[in-house]
Ligand binder design. Structure first.
Ligand SMILES: [Zn+2]
Length: 134
């Protein structure tokens, strides 16, 4: 399944990011998913529980912001948000445009976690190396 490999990459990215910032358990993962990204949000949610098992993300909530399609309308000479992904045309004047400004992203933009207190006790980031072995 397409979404499963995407979810695995996201989990890897989030785990790495959490480690870099000294976060222990991750409570929530925030994603931006464009409606043109080709990713089915429901499938992503389903895969998330499987992909996070046994990682610092286990039990975390997945919060998805759906990003609408935004095109640049050459006639209005400004960006327009489409009420639906199709047709790819300005909702005001009807001019078609293939210049997509937003709506294709799949982006991890925030993590909510708990700071690991032991990380503050004079140990610096070399501690990372020990964890990685496990
Ligand atoms: Zn227009």
């Amino acid at each position: 399944m397409h979404e499963l490999s995407i979810t695995h990459s996201l989990v890897e990215l989030a785990t790495e990011e959490a480690r870099r910032r000294g976060l222990g358990r991750i409570r929530a993962v925030h994603l931006r998913v464009g409606v043109l990204s080709g990713v089915v949000t429901e499938a992503l949610r389903f895969c998330f529980d499987v992909a996070t098992a046994g990682t610092p993300l286990e039990g975390a909530r997945l919060l998805v912001d759906e990003v609408p399609v935004e095109i640049f309308c050459p006639r209005c000479a400004e960006p327009k948000i489409l009420p639906a992904p199709l047709p790819m045309a300005c909702p005001v004047c009807g001019t078609r445009s293939a210049e997509v400004l937003r709506g294709r992203e799949l982006e991890l933009y925030a993590l909510e976690g708990e700071l690991e207190l032991y990380a503050l006790e004079g140990r610096d980031h070399d501690a990372d190396a020990e964890d990685r072995g496990a």
